[in-house]
Design a binder for this molecule. Structure first.
Ligand code: NDP
Ligand code: 2IT
Length: 453
C-alpha cells in the first residue's frame, strides 16, 4: 500500500470509528487507485477520494409504528446521499436488523462506483432501517413503510434521490412506500424504482440483478472461448437476486445445485430445474417460508443447517465450476475461497454486494480465476432501475425484449470497461482494479469539472 493510501485509510478509520464494512469497501478501492494516483496526481491533489468517502448528506430519523398487538415500536431510518456528481442519488433501501450507518455507508460508496459503470446518469445513495420484515404481517409492514416514507418523502424526488429495493425490500414494500409518497406529495412520479408494472414499473426490473450477474459470467467465460452450458453452479441466497440468477442459469444450460437462506442451505445434486425453482419462488415470495422446506418437497436434496460459530460455510466446499454469491456481505471468507478453488470453481460472479472478504478476493485474484466483483457483476439491477426512470420520464413502457436487450448490452459494456481499464493499468484480467478504476475516473472527472462542492 502506498503512503498516501495508508494515510488516507488511517484518517478514514479515525473519522468513522466502528464502521468495519465501510473501511473494508474503501480500502479495496483505495488499493486499486494507487495505480491511478501515480499516473494522475490531479485526483490526489483535488482530494477526490477524501471527498468521495464523505457522504454529501446523511439523513437519520425515528420511525414509530404500531404492531398488530397494539404495541408501539420504534425503528431507525436512514438515507445516505453519497454522491450526485453524475446524476440524482440512486440506490436501494435495506430493511434488516443488522442495518446501521456504517453498513449503509459501505453500500452507498459501492453504489456510486457501480452506478458510474452502468453508462447511465445516476449518482449513488443507500438507505434503509433496522426493521425486520420477517415474521411481520402485511399490515405491520404497511404501517412501518408508511411511517418510514412520511419522513423520507421530504428528502427524495425523481430528480433528487430515487430509492429502490435491496435486502428485505421487494415489490410489496415498494408498493406501500410509493402509495404513501403519492398520498403526501400529491404527485405520481418515478420517485422509486422496482414499482409494479401497472403503476410505473419496468419489465425485467425484478429479474435484472440475477440475470445481469449471469450475463456478466457469460462475458467473462467468453474471454476464454467458454460458456455456461453444462456448468455446475453454486448459488447462495433464495431472495430476489438468487431466484433470477438460477432462472437465467437454466436458460443458459447450466446446472444450479444450491440455494440458501440465513438458516442453512439446500444441495440438490440433480439440479434445481424450472419446476423446483417455481416451487422456491412460491415458497419465498408468497408463503414467505424457509429454504429447509425444499427437502420435504424434493427428498433427493439435502439440507444443512448454518453453524453461526463455524469458521466456514460447507456449501462453498461442494465441487462445482461456478459460484454466484447472492445473499449478503462477507459470506465467503478465506477458508471458503480456498474450498471453492479446491472444489474446481473458476468463475465467481457476485450478485450480492461485497460477498467476499479481502482474504477471499486476494485468493481469487492470485489463482487467476474469472472473478467478477459485485459492483460490476450485480450492476444490472440498478441499470434497469435507470431504464425504469427513463420510461417514467417519457411516460412509456418498453417491451420485455427491449429492456432485456438493453440490460445485455449494458452488462457487455460494463465487462468491456472493466477489462480494458484493468489492461490499461497493467493488471490484465483483474476485474477488481478494472471496476474500481473505471467507476472512480468517471465520477472523479465529473467532480473536477463541477468545482469544489
Ligand atoms: P432478498 O431480501 O430478496 O434476499 C436476501 C437473501 O439473502 C435471503 O435468502 C436471505 O435469507 C439471505 N440473507 C440475507 N442476509 C443474510 C445473512 N446475514 N446471512 C445469510 N443469508 C442472508 O434480497 P436481494 O436478493 O435483493 O439481495 C441479495 C444481495 O444482492 C444483497 O447483498 C443486495 O445488496 C444485493 N443486490 C441486490 C439488488 C437488487 O436489485 N435487489 C441489486 C444489487 C445487489 P433470509 O431470508 O434468511 O434473511
Ligand atoms: O445494490 C443495488 O444495486 C441495489 N440494491 C439496486 C439499487 C437500485 O436503485 O435499483
Amino acid at each position: 500500500m502506498s503512503d498516501y493510501v495508508s494515510g488516507l485509510m488511517a484518517d478514514l478509520k479515525a473519522r468513522n470509528p466502528g464502521e468495519p464494512e465501510f473501511h473494508q469497501a474503501v480500502q479495496e478501492v483505495a488499493e486499486s487507485l494507487t495505480l491511478v494516483f501515480e499516473r494522475h496526481p490531479k485526483y490526489r491533489e483535488a482530494k477526490i477520494l477524501e471527498r468521495m468517502t464523505e457522504p454529501e448528506r446523511v439523513i437519520m430519523f425515528r420511525v414509530p409504528w404500531v404492531d398488530d398487538a397494539g404495541e408501539i415500536r420504534i425503528n431507525r431510518g436512514y438515507r445516505v446521499e453519497m454522491n450526485s456528481a453524475i446524476g440524482p442519488y440512486k440506490g436501494g433501501l435495506r430493511f434488516h436488523p443488522t442495518v446501521n450507518l456504517g453498513l449503509l455507508k459501505f453500500l452507498a460508496f459501492e453504489q456510486v462506483l457501480k452506478n458510474a459503470l452502468t453508462t447511465l446518469p445516476m449518482g449513488g445513495g443507500k438507505g434503509g432501517s433496522d426493521f425486520d420484515p420477517k415474521g411481520k404481517s402485511d399490515a405491520e409492514v404497511m404501517r412501518f413503510c408508511q411511517s418510514f416514507m412520511t419522513e423520507l418523502q421530504r428528502h427524495i424526488g425523481p430528480n433528487t434521490d430515487v430509492p429502490a429495493g435491496d435486502i428485505g425490500v421487494g415489490g410489496r414494500e415498494i408498493g406501500y412506500l410509493f402509495g404513501q409518497y403519492k398520498r403526501i406529495r400529491n404527485e405520481f412520479t418515478g420517485v422509486l424504482t422496482g414499482k409494479g408494472i401497472e403503476w410505473g414499473g419496468s419489465l425485467i426490473r425484478p429479474e435484472a440483478t440475477g440475470y445481469g450477474a449471469v450475463y456478466f459470467a457469460h462475458e467473462m467465460l467468453g474471454t476464454r472461448d467458454d460458456n455456461l452450458e453444462g456448468k455446475v453452479c453454486l448459488v447462495s441466497g433464495s431472495g430476489n437476486v438468487a431466484q433470477f440468477a438460477v432462472e437465467k442459469l437454466l436458460d443458459m444450460g447450466a446446472k444450479p445445485v444450491t440455494m440458501s437462506d440465513s438458516n442453512g442451505f439446500i444441495h440438490d445434486p440433480d439440479g434445481i430445474d424450472r419446476e423446483k425453482l417455481e416451487w422456491v419462488m412460491e415458497l419465498k415470495n408468497v408463503r414467505r417460508g424457509r429454504i429447509r422446506e425444499y427437502v420435504e418437497a424434493f427428498p433427493h436434496a439435502t439440507y444443512t443447517e448454518a453453524d453461526p460459530k463455524g469458521d466456514h460455510n460447507p456449501m462453498w466446499a461442494i465441487p462445482a465450476d461456478c459460484a454466484f454469491p447472492c445473499a449478503t456481505q462477507n459470506e465467503i471468507n478465506g477458508k471458503d475461497a480456498a474450498n471453492l478453488l479446491n472444489g474446481g470453481v473458476y468463475v465467481v460472479s457476485e450478485g450480492a454486494n461485497m460477498p467476499s472478504t479481502p482474504d477471499a478476493v486476494d485468493q481469487f485474484l492470485s489463482a487467476g480465476i474469472l472473478y467478477g466483483p459485485g459492483k460490476a457483476a450485480n450492476a444490472g439491477g440498478v441499470a434497469v432501475s435507470g431504464l425504469e426512470m427513463s420510461q417514467d420520464a417519457l411516460r412509456i413502457t418498453w417491451a420485455r425484449h427491449e429492456v432485456d436487450g438493453r440490460l445485455k448490452d449494458i452488462m457487455k459494456a460494463i465487462h468491456k470497461q472493466c477489462r480494458e481499464t484493468a489492461e490499461e493499468y497493467g493488471t490484465p484480467g483483474n476485474y477488481v482494479n478494472g471496476a474500481n478504476i473505471a467507476g472512480f475516473v468517471k465520477v472523479a472527472d465529473a467532480m473536477l469539472d463541477q468545482g469544489l462542492v
